[in-house]
Each structure stands twice: as structure tokens, then as C-alpha cells.
Design a protein. Structure first.
Lengths: 345, 679
């Protein structure tokens, strides 16, 4: 069913199902990503958020087939526009990167080749997929157009990465990421090392380019404030699990999962001075996760059922899923009581 | 008035790089920065700004990792650069640090208790094992942790938040007065940050420990900060309480910064796109005047002339450095307060036995002076007058100060001393410059310094930017290593601020002073640090005298020279052989340069073989104007370099205008080299 909504179309461009990624260690496997499933719709910007070590970057690298040993994909399916990425050969995969899926990496300063001019790095990306280009002028114009898309001046064409500021380097990475008009672009903490004004410029650039070129975007980050500004939906991960995925307006107005509530509550405000809300971090061993719900050791609402049964994603609303027993119809009364008690305490 | 814990006055830090034969490049990381943290109640003072704003430089200066280029850092009344080893040791105890990376500071092979053992060893907290264990437990409890949960663990078994709190506990055990926390939460997950901030609040409120909280995260500053300083390129753009500044920012940069902090509300999105000028513009155009000029939406011509001072805003203590508020009062820089150093028993006895009359001259001066002064005596008079000092006022005070009295009132330093005033004994050369010369005083002349309350005051003219060497000799003996047997002498600038002191802490009878402003400087000489009188001394001041300034007013621009075509590798050379020189402050040489958009030119200016050296500026002022008349590059005193890079934003004729140097002296030869890649 094709239907236009506020947040883009209903056409799924990326379908991730039961993706599971482990890291092998001498003491046993660490479960980095635990059977996560989600859809990315055409033209959508999806934020993937969680604390360090929650598996958000590993998920991205899994989708891109870039998981490095000792990490490995245990099972799952990743479909981009109907193509099963996990079935592609090395050669096909190489072609698929940049055109089907591309990455804007974390810390642009380290991902550009310091010995190559900016233009040569972009030409490299284009020619590796489209072969040697005949016209130098046409190539230059194409790169100038990319520069224009990301708000870079043409004069950096001949420059080396060290001559650029952090914000400019990050924009060069964005230009490379969209150079071949991929279906899905994944931006991994693309703005987190930047100053706040530059961060704003880069984030706005990212959204503008996405709209102009018509790609779908996954933004990985930990800054809930920044994500509120630029994404359409947010997927919240905790210890390798996806605990909630929802339209951005819903998740800030009424977070459902207790962990999402904690995340939203712990965003420090610059509008209002509030008492600090103190919580402890992950307390379980990632090699040996607790039974039942992954969050139950930190959850103020957990009861026996959470110890026994692992919650499955529940459809709360359109495009809104939450993995928490409290939203199971059977426990509606418990939910009402729990939240009332919590609000009073 | 609360007494200050930490005072930073006119702190400037310049990093130099390169320059064996060529020109040194310098980066001004911090410029004329002023700050006061009160002793009580303890506060959290936030230093915020983007990378390169100087905030980490400031942290490193306060921690003593690096030294100031100029200015003062005064902790509990003691200038840290003048501290003795013992005082420094105490200072390091009193000022602790917590760093950004909660992973890097731990040795992964040791359990957590090892960190506390090291502290105990280093600071000798307790020999008693039981007592020591209790101290560790108490420290951990303050930050919300328990020994049994963490002490036997390895660092990797703890969260970033726990690790940062352990660093706070460690700092707490040493019972410091101040903790410098450099981005303590930025590497810690959002949901765990609150625990660290809470630990900071507890240390502040329950244990009277102040924080210098260095961060780029304005929201945490807003939640827990008391005062905030917003830095921009090494200067304070705005300061005030965190609430006032963040709720109602006044400086255009701070407004943009706060508007750019992403609001965690999808219904309140950024409404406008912003852009930044190119890197080159940001660096070069701000060489003089307001650093924010190239980016500022409200910029005015006067912003290029001089760095704006901090103007007072409506709320108390809220100040912004922007000419938009020039009708407001300029915020005064509080004079530094130095405390009375402990006197030797003998000195205390002598001082106590003396009559105490109040000297009228600036109580502040007096206090600082006394603070420094009391030392020992010398005999043989020696008098030399070589060259001179204009209008040296010799003021021999008959009576003086109550050295032990606290600085309750602060009469202006201009008040006339209740004393015998002897007018200039010597005259000076007409240039009025500080010249090679000395002030010599001895029993053959007038009165000696007879008691701890006696003062000799000399006035001399200082010229901005000139550096003089100072030497104080008493009866042939100098100030030796630890024993100080010379009069204490202090130099005050025209505003009454102490800019130099020969005192016990100095441990040298020599020094150097660069005048920050033109005007009358005063040197006040008193008894030695034992309170004994001094009957002869010589103060020698050696400085480079400015050349006499011929100042005939000549008609404007002598001529215009065209250089054709694009900027290419080439030179504009001008010298006395070529014809007219820059003869006066009103003379201008104007050169037209064709710039090609996108081309970057490297421009170097050399005067008569000399470039612009570090602090002394002896070259013509030169300014480059874009075709639309805006200034794109300026060689001036603020630049402190004779080279610059300029990327032409548009194709057209750029004007390069040269004038006299910053002393108003003419220039008779110069070379401008322009090197660039063809566009």
C-alpha cells in the first residue's frame, strides 16, 4: 500500500530483520546486537540512539557489511530496495557501497586520506564505480555541484584535508557519501566532534542534502537534542536491543519505554533549571545478559514477568513500536498504577 | 567584600612556533583575561567556548602546567609565579584536576584502590591504615559511591560515570580549595552525567570546594553553574551568572551559540540556516579590534579599531564585550588583592612596636606594598644619576601605614601623601621616553628610608609597548637568593594597579616590565622586609628609547602604484632610493593589487630589513581593502606577525595601504612580498 504521510512515503527502502552480531572473546561471545528488526522508509531520516556500547554503531556497520573481526554477523536479513545485502559477493558488495548504501563516518579527520587532494578522493569514489571519466571538465563541474550541495567553496577543490577545518572535512565526507546518489546513507556520529555552531551547520547541511538528492538517511547519535532537530523517527537501543522506535514527536512528547523515559529525562535543559536525576549505568555482564527483559536490572517498574519473559515489540501506534510488557494489554492496570506511583515519588 | 580565592588579571598566553631564521608565528590563546573566584561561598565557575577559544589553555595555566606570557594568577593572595617551592607544593594540594577522559587516567592493570594508595603516598594523608581507609570511604560516599562496590574492581568494570566520580573522590581526599574540571562529563553517557554533576554540587555545597568547570556543553553549565565566562578566540565575550547569560545572551556570538544548542523538542526546530565566513576571513580580519567582527551580523566600523571592553548589562555582574552596549558603563577590572605575607618574628616585633599612622596614599597600594615590603636593610649610600626621567617626583613620606590592617577601605591611589614632597630632582630628555637611566638615592641627598613606614615615590613616563629592564641595588649589594636585604619596591601603572614588585618572592634584583599603556608610572620604595630602613639605593631603568618623532604634516597619499594582472609571485619594494618615504603619521602609500577570486596569496611585509618582532612592533601599519572597501587583512600591533594569508573572495582591485608605524614614526624602506598560486 503506497501512501504519503507526514514523514515520507510508505515504501520501505531498507528492511532489517533479526540482525544479530556477536564479538568473539576468549571468555565467550559478547552480544553486541541482539535480533533487531526495523524498516527505513523512503525519504525518511531515522535516528539511532543509545549510550556508548549499546550496539548502535555495530548495527550500522552490520548493515554496511563492515563488521570487523572478532565481530561477526550471526544471523539476520538486510534488504535494500529488494536486494539482500548478506547474499552479495565481495565484488558485488564493493559496487553496492556508495551506490546502494553509503557511510558518513565518525570523526572525519581520520577518514580522509591526508596525502590526497580533496578532488582526487572524490574522483576516486566516482571512478571506482563508473570507470575512468573522459571529460575532466565534466568531472570538475560535477564535484563543484556536490560542493554546492554541502555548502563548500570551490577553492577547496585542490586542497589537502589538513588545510580544512573540522566542519569542512565533515562536509567533504557528506559530499563523498552522496556522490553516487545512494539509496541509503548512514551517518555515524557525523557531528559529535564539532563545536555547537559548526555542528548545527553540518546537521542542517545533512538534512538539506538528503532532501535535495532524495536519499533515505540513518543518523546515529547520542545527542537527543540534536536528533530532535533533524530526524523523523527515532530508534532507541539498549544493550544490543531495540527497545522503542517511534516518530520523533511522539517520543519526546510521550516516551513509552522506561529506558526512553530515562533518556529523555536526562537531557539537560538550557531553558529550565531542574533537580538532577541520578541513575547508574549498565550493570550486567554483556557476555551473560539477564533473562527476560534486558533493562529489568535498571527498570523501576520491573516485576516477575520481566524476569521470565523477554518482551517482543508491540505496536503502540502507527510506525511506533515498544518492547515492554507494560504495554501488553494484559498489564494495562499495572501500567497505570506503576506510572502513578512513580510520578508521586 | 568577600576575599578572593583565585584572581586572574590581564592573563595573556601566546604560543610561538617556527621561526629559526624566518618569522615566528604566534597564536594568542588567551588575551587580557580577568576573573575572580571568591573564597566563600564556594562556586562553580564555568568557562565555555568552542575549541580554540582558550578554555583549556586557561585550565592548564591555573593548574600550572604552562606559564603565562603576561599577567597574573593570584591564589589566596599569592601570585603563583612568585611562589616558593613550599608555597607551590601547597598550591598543588589546593588546586586539583579532573580531566575529560575517564578511561585514560586509569592504569588498567591496577585495581581502583591503587589510585587512592598513590594519593596517600604522594600527599601523606595518613600513616594509620584504619584512618586512611575511613578517609577513602568518606571520599567515595561524598560522590555517592561505596568502597565495597568499587575498590577491588578494575577500571574496565566500572562505568564512565563511576570512574569520573572516583576522580572527584580522589581530588576531594586531598581537601583542595579548587577543582579544575576539564570537560568532566563530555565522554560520559547522558544518563550518567547527572551523577557527576551531583557530586560537584555536593563538594561545592557541603565541603566548600570551588570548581573551574571547563566545558562546551552549555546545558550542564546552566543546570549547575554559578558564574559563566563565554570565551571567544581567547577573550571574554560575555560573563555573568549562568542563568542570566544563557537566558538572555547579549553578545552576538553568544546569542548565536545559544541559539545553536539543539533543543530537545521536535516541535521547536531551528528556523534559519546559518553559515560561516571562510577560515581565512575568520583568522585575518580579526587581527585588530573585535575578534568576532568577520562573523558578526551587527558589525560596525569602530569594531575594527579596538577590542571592545566588557560593558555592564542590566543584571549585576552581567557584562558583554560588544560596542552595541557602548552607552553602558565599562565594567571595571577589580584591582588584584595580595595578602600580607607572613613576617619573620623579628619583623613582627619591630612592626608592632612602631607607631601606626595611616598613610593617605592608596590603601590598596599600601597594602600590596606592605605585603611585599618588609625586609632588610643596607648601608652605604651610593648616588648616581646618569640619564634621567622626566619629572621625577621624589616623595619622602614622613609617616606611614599600618601594615597589619586589612584593606577595608580603598581610597584612590591619587590621594596626596601626608608627607614631605620634594619636586623633581632631575629632568629628562625631551622625548619623555623611559630611557637608559637610573634613580639613585642616598644619604648625601635628602632623607633616607628611615623606617618601615617611610616611602619614596618616583614618577616616570612609560610608553605603551616599550619594555624596560629594571635593576635595584642597595648600597652595592643586590637582592640575593633567599636573603632579601633590599628595600621593597613596587611599580604602579597609571590606573594604580601593581605591575611589578621587587619583593621577597621575587628573589632577584632584576626584572623586566613592558608598559601596557602610556602614562605616568610610579615606583614606590620602602623599607626592607625586616622593617629596617635603607639609606642608599639605585634603581636602574634601561629601555629602548623611541627615536625622536619628526611630525610634519604632509599632504595625503604620496602616490599610487598599479601592479598589473593577477597577483603573482612578486614584490613591491620601496625604499629611500625610490623617492618619497612615509614621512609622517598622515602619509599613506597605497598600492593596487589585482586579486583573482579563489586565489590564495601569502603576504609578507618587511621594513628596512626588520620584520615585526614578537612584542615590539616597528613596521608600518598596513591594511588591505577588498574592492568593496571592507578590510580583509591588517598588519597591525594585534597581528604580531609580518606575514598573513589572504584568499580573495572576489576578483577585482584590492588596495594595500601603508602608513607610519605605531609610534607615529615614518618608514623609509619596506618590501611587500606577495606569493600566490595563479587562480
Amino acid at each position: 500500500m503506497e501512501m504519503q504521510t507526514e514523514n515520507g512515503s510508505e515504501r520501505v527502502v531498507l528492511k532489517v530483520e533479526k540482525l544479530r552480531i556477536h564479538y568473539a572473546t576468549p571468555q565467550g561471545d559478547v552480544i553486541a546486537v541482539s535480533d533487531i528488526s526495523f524498516n527505513l522508509y523512503e525519504g525518511e531520516t531515522l535516528g539511532l540512539v543509545g549510550e556508548s556500547g549499546c550496539g548502535k554503531s555495530t548495527t550500522a556497520y552490520g548493515i554496511l557489511q563492515l563488521v570487523q573481526p572478532p565481530g561477526y554477523i550471526v544471523n539476520g536479513s538486510i534488504e535494500v530496495d529488494g536486494t539482500e545485502v548478506l547474499d552479495l559477493s565481495e565484488e558485488e558488495l564493493r559496487k553496492f557501497r556508495w551506490t546502494g548504501l553509503s557511510l558518513i563516518p565518525q570523526g572525519a579527520m581520520n577518514s580522509l586520506n591526508p596525502t590526497m587532494r580533496v578532488k582526487d578522493q572524490i574522483i576516486d569514489v566516482i571512478e571506482s564505480h563508473e570507470g575512468k571519466q573522459e571529460s575532466k571538465e565534466a568531472m570538475r563541474d560535477r564535484i563543484y555541484e556536490l560542493f554546492q550541495n554541502v555548502g563548500l567553496p570551490n577553492r577547496i577543490y585542490n586542497m589537502y584535508p589538513h588545510e580544512l577545518s573540522g566542519g569542512m572535512k565533515q562536509r567533504v565526507c557528506i559530499a563523498m557519501g552522496v556522490a553516487l546518489h545512494p539509496t541509503v546513507v548512514i551517518a555515524d556520529e557525523a557531528t559529535s566532534a564539532l563545536d555547537v555552531v559548526v555542528q548545527r551547520i553540518v546537521a542542517q547541511t545533512l538534512v538539506k542534502v538528503k532532501d535535495e538528492i532524495g536519499v533515505s538517511l540513518i543518523v546515529i547519535g547520542h545527542d537527543m537534542g540534536l536528533l530532535a532537530q533533524i530526524v523523523d523517527r527515532i530508534a532507541v537501543m539498549y544493550a544490543g536491543k531495540m527497545v522503542e522506535i517511534a516518530p520523533v514527536e511522539n517520543i519526546y512528547a510521550e516516551p513509552l519505554h522506561p529506558y526512553t523515559r530515562l533518556l529523555i529525562d536526562s537531557i539537560p535543559s538550557i531553558k529550565e533549571r531542574k533537580p538532577l536525576k541520578i541513575t547508574e549505568g549498565i550493570t550486567h555482564d554483556p557476555r551473560n545478559p539477564p533473562s527476560g527483559c534486558i533493562f529489568r536490572l535498571r527498570c523501576p517498574f520491573a516485576w516477575e514477568h520481566c524476569v521470565e519473559v523477554e518482551p517482543e515489540p508491540i505496536d503502540a501506534e502507527h510506525k511506533h513500536e515498544v518492547a515492554c510488557h507494560l504495554y501488553d494489554e494484559r498489564f494495562e492496570e499495572r501500567r497505570a498504577n506503576a506510572f502513578a506511583t512513580f510520578a508521586n515519588s | 567584600m568577600p576575599s578572593p580565592l583565585l584572581q586572574i588579571r590581564d592573563a595573556t598566553k601566546i604560543y610561538y612556533s617556527g621561526g629559526f631564521l624566518g618569522d615566528k608565528k604566534s597564536v594568542v590563546a588567551l588575551e587580557d583575561f580577568n576573573m575572580t573566584i571568591d573564597e566563600s561561598p564556594a562556586t562553580i565557575t564555568t568557562i565555555a567556548g568552542e575549541s580554540g577559544s582558550g578554555k583549556t589553555t586557561l585550565a592548564n595555566l591555573v593548574l600550572g602546567f604552562i606559564k603565562l606570557t603576561s599577567g597574573k594568577i593570584i591564589f589566596e593572595g599569592e601570585d603563583i609565579t612568585d611562589m616558593t617551592d613550599e608555597q607551590l607544593k601547597a598550591y598543588r594540594r589546593n588546586v586539583q584536576a579532573v580531566f575529560q577522559d575517564p578511561f585514560g587516567v586509569y592504569n588498567p592493570f591496577y585495581r581502583i584502590d591503587h589510585i587512592f594508595d598513590l594519593v596517600n603516598k604522594h600527599f601523606s594523608l595518613s600513616d594509620n591504615q584504619k584512618e586512611y581507609r575511613e578517609m577513602v570511604e568518606a571520599g567515595l560516599n561524598v560522590v555517592g559511591l561505596y568502597g565495597e562496590d568499587v575498590l577491588r574492581k578494575y577500571p574496565h568494570q566500572l562505568s564512565g560515570g563511576q570512574r569520573q566520580r572516583i576522580m572527584m573522590a580522589r581530588a576531594y581526599m586531598i581537601k583542595p580549595r579548587l577543582i579544575v574540571a576539564d570537560e568532566p562529563v563530555s565522554m560520559v553517557d547522558a544518563s550518567l552525567r547527572a551523577s557527576i554533576l551531583d557530586a560537584m554540587l555536593r563538594l561545592r555545597d557541603d565541603h566548600n570546594i570551588s570548581f573551574l568547570y571547563i566545558t562546551h556543553d552549555l546545558s550542564t553549565a546552566y543546570q549547575i553553574g554559578d558564574q559563566i565566562y563565554m570565551l571567544y578566540q581567547g577573550t571574554t565575550a560575555e560573563r555573568g551568572t549562568a542563568m542570566d547569560v544563557i537566558d538572555a545572551p547579549q553578545h552576538p556570538y553568544v546569542q548565536l551559540l545559544i541559539d545553536s544548542v539543539p533543543v530537545p523538542d521536535p516541535t521547536d526546530k531551528w528556523d534559519v540556516d546559518i553559515s560561516l565566513p571562510s577560515e581565512e576571513e575568520m583568522r585575518t580580519a580579526a587581527a585588530k579590534g573585535c575578534r568576532y567582527y568577520p562573523r558578526c551580523p551587527h558589525r560596525m566600523d569602530k569594531c575594527l579599531v579596538e577590542q571592545p571592553p566588557l560593558f555592564k548589562m542590566e543584571k549585576p555582574k552581567h557584562e558583554a564585550a560588544c560596542y552595541l552596549y557602548e552607552e553602558n558603563e565599562v565594567a571595571p577590572i577589580e584591582p588584584p588583592m595580595l595578602v600580607n605575607r607572613p613576617m619573620t618574628e623579628a619583623a613582627v616585633a619591630t612592626a608592632a612596636g612602631r607607631t601606626r599612622e595611616r598613610m593617605v596614599a592608596a590603601a590598596l597600594i599600601v597594602v600590596a606594598f606592605v605585603a611585599g615590603v618588609l625586609i632588610a636593610a643596607s648601608r652605604e649610600p651610593e648616588v648616581v644619576v646618569e640619564t634621567v626621567i622626566e619629572e621625577v617626583q621624589v616623595v619622602v613620606t614622613a609617616t606611614a601605614i599600618a601594615p597589619t590592617e586589612p584593606p577595608t577601605a580603598t581610597p584612590p591611589p591619587t590621594a596626596a601623601p601626608e608627607s614631605q614632597v620634594i619636586v623633581p630632582a632631575f629632568t629628562v630628555d625631551p622625548a619623555g621616553a623611559v630611557d637608559k637611566g637610573s634613580i639613585t638615592w642616598g644619604e648625601d641627598t635628602f632623607g633616607e628610608i628611615e623606617s618601615a613606614d617611610d616611602r619614596h615615590i618616583y614618577t616616570f613616563a612609560g610608553i605603551e609597548g616599550v619594555t624596560v629592564e629594571l635593576k635595584l641595588i642597595t648600597g652595592g649589594r643586590g637582592l640575593s637568593g633567599t636573603g632579601f636585604y633590599a628595600p621593597l619596591a613596587t611599580i604602579y601603572d597609571p590606573d594604580g594597579q601593581i605591575v611589578f614588585a621587587f619583593d621577597r618572592a621575587r628573589r632577584s634584583n632584576r626584572g623586566e616590565l613592558t608598559f601596557a599603556a602610556d602614562g605616568d608610572y610610579q615606583i614606590v620604595v620602602g623599607a626592607d622586609d625586616r622593617g629596617r630602613g635603607v639609606d642608599a639605593y639605585t634603581i636602574t631603568i634601561e629601555g629602548e628609547a623611541p627615536e625622536p618623532t619628526p611630525m610634519p604634516t604632509l599632504p595625503p597619499p604620496a602616490f599610487v602604484v598599479e601592479r598589473e594582472g593577477a597577483v603573482a609571485k612578486g614584490e613591491i619594494v620601496f625604499g629611500e632610493d625610490a623617492g618619497d618615504e612615509i614621512q609622517s603619521v598622515d602619509d599613506r602609500h597605497s598600492w593596487s593589487v589585482s586579486g583573482v577570486a579563489g586565489t590564495t596569496a601569502h603576504i609578507r611585509l618587511i621594513t628596512g630589513g626588520r620584520g615585526l618582532s614578537g612584542t615590539g612592533f616597528f613596521a608600518p601599519f598596513a591594511t588591505m581593502y577588498a574592492p568593496d572597501g571592507s578590510i580583509v587583512l591588517a598588519f597591525d600591533r594585534a597581528r604580531r606577525s609580518n606575514s598573513g594569508t589572504l584568499t580573495f573572495a572576489e576578483t577585482g582591485t584590492y588596495e594595500f595601504v601603508l602608513g607610519a608605524d605605531d609610534r607615529g614614526r615614518g618608514v623609509d624602506a619596506y618590501t611587500i612580498t606577495i606569493e600566490s598560486e595563479e587562480g
